[in-house]
Write a protein that binds this ligand. Structure first.
Ligand code: ASP
Ligand code: MG
Length: 424
């Protein structure tokens, strides 16, 4: 017997028929004798519709207006999950499964005060555990909790993944299964490289890089949380027949396991290739090489909520002037240039140069920590295809390369085969 948290995303609960199918997945685990809690998203498209009602109705204030009230945004957008939690509880009851829905405030899932992008602070798992031990399935509305102001708070888009992992940690679940519309995590996006393979296991750190670098399978925060609490998390498909052979396998269900490094017996050097498009590059030429310059650049950009990445500063030749390059999302380029222009006197640079329409291709693998020559392999593979590299940044387990947008997909395929990812 195990304790399992099962999470179903928006496409998995998109209509009543799919909710019924989800109920069959849950019943399978209950019938096998496991203790089960379920976390659901809103029906797909629902949250977008609710957000649209709050933000786009001409008579209602927009997010940047002083009349906009984030608490009421949360009251509206959290309702999608309330509906699916109730509907799934009914579907389970109709299959003879003892089930009860739970809203975030009923548990409660305590969050901070950042309405619209709240963080979970604490979950009291005692009542959920008691009910599970009694054989009742708790169907929890994802994406929502209770703020310190005693009001509903939502966790940011995609937040029901985070709800699921947090609940799994709170009830000390053996596993957190994230059911979605893909059947696992792949070596790269199969739409770009059809030879991409589904991974059996991915280490938390690698998944964190993949999620931050644009893989949409899991919300970044959910991976951080899984890593901190060592929650074994499976990504798997809800569209397979719930009663197909192997679906209820306790140790090896179909999908990708995201887990601690210790669980991986044979570590590949490179696990996957990630790809982020619509990047823009900004270079500040001949800036003063003195303390405080970087703070004067990146402080104001942060205040303007511009997400900066790939910061590269060269060592100055003569100790007086240097160059600084970094990337921002293309959508933020104009705003960033405006902010920098206002800082021109303080920062003391000569000119700003920028370019949009770039892509960042990243090679990820925890095995890089102990292998030499991994980066060189990427550079020669790209060179052989005539792809020019604009900037490079690395971490212990990642190499990111900035290139012209037109070569993005070719670069992904080139690197995918350079590391033999299409072969294993
Ligand atoms: N329904 C919310 C959203 O669309 C939360 C989630 O699905 O994870 O962002
Ligand atoms: Mg999602």
């Amino acid at each position: 017997m195990a304790r399992i948290v099962m999470k179903f995303g928006g496409t998995s609960v998109a209509d009543l028929e799919r909710i019924h199918n989800v109920a069959r997945h849950v019943k399978r685990e209950v019938d096998a004798g496991h203790e089960v809690a379920v976390v659901v998203s809103a029906m797909s498209g629902k949250t977008n519709e609710l957000v649209g009602w709050v933000q786009n109705t001409p008579k209602v204030a927009k997010a940047d207006s002083p009349f906009y009230d984030a608490r009421e945004y949360d009251a509206v957008v959290a309702s999608g999950e309330q509906v699916t939690s109730g509907l799934l509880a009914i579907a389970l009851q109709s299959l003879g499964v003892n089930a009860r829905s739970w809203q975030g405030w009923q548990i409660p899932i305590r969050t901070d005060n950042a309405h619209g992008a709240a963080r979970i602070l604490d979950i009291d798992g005692a009542e959920l555990i008691r009910r599970m031990q009694d054989g009742q399935v708790a169907v929890v509305a994802g994406f929502q909790g209770l703020g310190p102001d005693n009001r509903i708070a939502t966790l940011g888009r995609g937040g029901s993944d985070t709800s699921a992992v947090a609940i799994a940690a709170a009830v000390k679940a053996d596993r957190c299964d994230i059911y979605t519309d893909v059947d696992g995590v792949y070596t790269t996006d199969p739409r770009i490289e059809p030879k991409a393979r589904r991974l059996k296991k991915v280490v938390f750190e690698e998944m964190l890089e993949m999620a931050s670098l644009g893989s949409k399978v899991l919300q970044v925060r959910s991976v951080e949380l899984a890593m901190v609490h060592k929650v074994r998390t499976f990504v798997r498909s809800s569209f397979e027949d719930p009663d197909a052979p192997g679906m209820g396998d306790l140790l090896n269900p179909p999908g990708t396991l995201i887990c601690d490094e210790e669980e991986i017996v044979e570590q590949e050097v490179v696990t996957g290739i990630a790809f982020a498009k619509d990047e823009a590059q900004i270079s500040l030429r001949r800036l003063a090489d003195r303390p405080g310059v970087s703070a004067a650049i990146f402080g104001p950009l942060a205040e303007a909520h511009i997400n900066v990445d790939m910061i590269v500063q060269n060592i100055s030749e003569d100790g007086s002037r240097t160059d600084m390059t970094f990337t921002v999302p293309t959508g933020d380029l104009d705003k960033a240039l405006k902010v920098l222009d206002e800082q021109k006197d303080k920062v003391g640079f000569d000119v700003i140069q920028s370019e949009s329409g770039l892509v960042k291709v990243s090679v990820i693998g925890i095995g890089m920590r102990s292998h030499a020559g991994v980066a060189a392999q990427a550079f020669s593979a790209l060179a052989a295809k005539g792809i020019n590299i604009k900037a490079i940044t690395t971490s212990e387990i990642k190499i990111s390369i900035l290139i012209d947008g037109a070569y993005g997909e070719l670069a992904v395929r080139t690197l995918h085969s350079a590391y033999g990812l299409d072969k294993k």
